[in-house]
Write a protein of this length. Structure first.
Length: 818
């Protein structure tokens, strides 16, 4: 064989018809083999090697070379550098990229290409090729023909093209595309993406978190180990393929999308998500916390074929379709949604959520704390078909639909919601919450219903119709809403609310709370410390035994109710609050609180230390009707209104507040506190040492009527008259104003027609006289003038400079006698 060598310059070597070896040497050379079998070597430099017609061997050498195979079965070796290797013609070429980022292009024949090291690009051409990317992140395309493609190490992009291709990603995060034909794809290690394309393909993800797409035809997908995403069609139009298929998720947390046909899907181990899409599908989650959709999660009711789904072990979410589905949650805390059709949903063990959707559904919660909806939780009344729910054991929540549903809670603290239709609710044992309609619009349903709370502390909400509710044993809450309801709390401390309608409310034994509503209601608190609020209407209210609180109104807007009413507290420490009309309220025995509210009320506290107000608790109510209040025995606190009130403390050390209007406040016996407030008030201290404040207005303050007592007095604003009946007491006047105020001395025992006034500090002469000491502020009474000892009547704070005009002497009959 002849050999020729180039120089260090850019040489052109062209072979002959004879077998030759051509060496380019240094420089960017052009080496052509022509006819016979040649050995071409580029050497250093960016060389171009062209093989010719024979079976040539081309070595690019160093640097970035271009190697063209020619017509024969050539072998091309790129060497170092980023080389381009091209198989031209129909020969079976062998291409080795070797080092560097090479480009290998097959020709018309069955080529064999090895990328070698570096990030290579391999194109198979027209024949049945075998392509291997080797090391690096390679791009390999089989193009035409039945190709075998290996990715090698690195993150490769592998495309089979036309034909029945076999593609293996091997190591690295690879992308595999089968394209047309019945292809077999295996991802290998790491996180791969496999796309089957047209035809009946088999895709194996193998290890790693792989993505598999069937893309048309009856495909078989196996995720293998890792958290895989498997689509029988593709991720943009999963239901576009109606051929169906089979999927096994394998180990890991997988996502599986079925096709528009009849699919069979098994999630395998891990927390899988399975979506059947169209067709009569069979979906089984098996192990792990799975999410299963017989159609899909965006339009679950779009598929009306129905299907079978089982969650298996784990806490599963299962969505049915628009058809008649059979769904079993299995072990774990499952969520089952039937959607359209007459579905059967069974939660089985643990805490499950079941939603029947449209249709006549049957729901069984099984053991655990379950939530069951005959429609769904966003529109529970949208389903008007009759349904049946058995919540089972546990603390369950069950919502009926818009039809006449039957809901049974069985054991546990259950919540049952009937919604529309004549519902039948049975709470069973446990502390239950029972709603004939719902808790946001309980009066929207006017069909009425029947409720039995059973054992436990139950909450019962009626409807807008005539309901019958019995709380049963323990402390229950019953709310009637509209209609003429019968509500019975029975034992223990119950809350009973009638709502609209002529209701009958019974508390039974225990400390009960009864609220009436808008119409004429009947209340019976029975034994216990009860709270009763009458609301509007002429109510009949009996507290019974215990410390009761009775409101003839609703305690929120008492002035809006003008019908008035009667109330009797009975035994105990009662609170009774009147309405806006003329109420008659009796506290009876015990330390009672009586509030009259608006209207001309009559309040009597009875025995005990009572608080009585003709207005409200703080005296802020604009009540100008006035009223009558009597405290009785005990230390009482009484408030008037803005009208002209008559308030009597009677026995005990009482506190009387007049507020507005021309009030009469009489402390009577005991150490009393009297506050007149606004208006021209008459304040009578009575027996005992009293604290008296007139407030605004021209007040008359009667310091004592009999039996003495030392009073502390403030007249307040206005021209006040301080009337002294009993000269045996010594009173303190805190704010006497000589420019407006005066003293009135009333002696009902001496019968003296006139008194003298002495302002020098000592009596003068023999006549009866009042002596004021401007230095000390002491005011004294001297019945015999300077002949006898005087009696100190009062002392004035600040020792104001009094004038004769500040005194008025009057003989009147005893105002409290006979």
């Amino acid at each position: 064989m002849f050999q020729r060598f180039g120089t260090r310059l850019a040489d052109t070597l062209i072979g002959t018809e004879d077998e030759e070896s051509l060496y380019g040497g240094g420089g960017n050379d052009l080496v052509q083999g022509l006819g016979s079998d040649h050995y071409l070597s580029g050497g250093a430099g960016d060389d171009t090697l062209q093989g010719g017609d024979g079976a040539d061997t081309l070595h690019g050498g160093a640097d970035n070379d271009r190697l063209e195979a020619g017509a024969g079965d050539d072998r091309l070796f790129g060497g170092q550098g980023a080389d381009t290797l091209i198989a031209i013609g129909s020969g079976a070429a062998t291409l080795h990229g070797q080092d560097g980022d090479d480009s290998l292009l097959g020709g018309d024949g069955g080529d064999l290409a090895f990328g070698g090291k570096g990030d290579d690009t391999l194109l198979g051409g027209l024949g049945d090729d075998a392509l291997s990317g080797g090391d690096g992140n390679d791009v390999v395309q089989g193009e035409h023909g039945d190709d075998a493609i290996l990715g090698g190490t690195g993150d490769d992009d592998l495309d089979g093209g036309d034909g029945q291709d076999l593609i293996a990603g091997e190591q690295g995060a690879d992308t595999l595309r089968g394209e047309a034909g019945d292809d077999e794809l295996a991802g290998g290690d790491d996180d791969d993406r496999l796309e089957g394309g047209e035809g009946a393909d088999y895709l194996l993800g193998d290890a790693g978190a792989d993505t598999l797409l069937g893309l048309g035809g009856y495909d078989i997908l196996s995720g293998g180990a890792g958290n895989d995403r498997l689509y029988l069609n593709d991720d943009s139009d999963p239901s576009g393929d109606s051929m169906g298929g089979a999927v096994g998720g394998g180990d890991g947390d997988d996502l599986v999308w079925g096709s528009g046909g009849d699919d069979s899907v098994v999630g395998g181990r891990g927390a899988d998500t399975l979506l059947g899409h169209g067709g009569a599908d069979f979906l089984a989650g098996e192990d792990g916390d799975d999410r299963i959709y017989l159609n899909d999660d965006s339009d679950p009711s779009g598929d009306t074929m129905g299907g079978v789904a089982g969650g298996g072990d784990g806490n599963d979410l299962v969505w049915g379709s628009g058809g008649a589905d059979s769904v079993v949650g299995g072990r774990g805390a499952d969520t089952l949604l039937g959607h359209g059709g007459a579905d059967f949903l069974s939660g089985e063990a643990h805490d499950d959520v079941l939603m029947g959707g449209a249709g006549a559904d049957t729901l069984s919660g099984g053991a655990g704390n379950d939530r069951l909806y005959l429609n769904d939780d966003s529109d529970p009344s949208g389903d008007t078909m009759e349904g049946f729910v058995v919540a089972g054991d546990g603390d369950d929540l069950a919502w009926g639909g818009g039809g006449a549903d039957t809901l049974s809670g069985e054991r546990g603290a259950d919540t049952l919601v009937g919604h529309g239709g004549y519902g039948i609710l049975n709470g069973g044992a446990g502390n239950d919450r029972l709603y004939l309609n719902d808790d946001s619009d309980p009066s929207g349903d006017t069909m009425g219903g029947a409720v039995g709370g059973g054992d436990g502390d139950d909450l019962v909400w009626g409807s807008g119709g005539a309901d019958s509710a019995i709380g049963g044993r323990h402390a229950d809450t019953l709310l009637g809403y509209g209609g003429d309801d019968f509500l019975a709390g029975e034992d223990h401390a119950d809350l009973v609310i009638g709502g609209d309608g002529r209701d009958t409310l019974g508390g039974g034994a225990g400390a009960d709370t009864l609220l009436g509503g808008a119409d004429d209601d009947v209340f019976d608190g029975d034994v216990g410390n009860d709270l009763m609020l009458g609301g509007a209407g002429a109510n009949t209210m009996v507290g019974g035994g215990g410390d009761d609180r009775i409101y003839l109104h609703d305690d929120i807007a008492p002035d809006a109710i003008t019908t008035g009413g009667d109330a009797v507290g009975g035994l105990g420490r009662d609170l009774i609050w009147g309405a806006g009309g003329a109420d008659i309220i009796t506290g009876d025995e015990g330390a009672d609180t009586l509030i009259g509210g608006l209207g001309a009320d009559s309040l009597h506290g009875g025995a005990g230390a009572d608080f009585i107000s003709l207005s409200d608790m703080l005296g802020l109510l604009a009540d100008q009707d006035g009223g009558l209040a009597a405290g009785g025995s005990g230390t009482d606190t009484m408030l008037g209104s803005l009208g002209a009130d008559s308030i009597s403390g009677m026995e005990g050390g009482d506190s009387l507040v007049g507020l507005g209007g021309a009030d009469v406040l009489d402390g009577e016996d005991g150490r009393d506190t009297l506050l007149g407030g606004d208006g021209r008030d008459v304040l009578i201290g009575g027996a005992g040492s009293d604290l008296i404040e007139g407030g605004a207005g021209d007040d008359t303050i009667i310091l004592d009527t009999r039996d003495g007592g030392t009073d502390t007095v403030s007249g307040g604003a206005g021209a006040d008259d301080f009337a002294i009946f009993d000269f045996g007491a010594r009173h303190r006047i805190m704010d006497f104003n000589p420019e407006e105020d005066r003293f009135t001395f009333i002696d009902r025992s001496l019968g003296v027609a006139t008194f003298g006034i002495t302002l020098t500090g000592a009596p003068e002469g023999d006549e009866a006289q009042v002596v004021y000491n401007r230095a000390t502020g002491l005011l004294s009474w001297h019945a015999e003038g300077e002949q006898g000892d005087g009696v100190i009547v009062a002392w004035l704070d600040g020792a104001p400079d009094l004038l004769p005009g500040n005194f008025f002497i009057q003989i009147i009959p005893d105002p409290l006698a006979g």
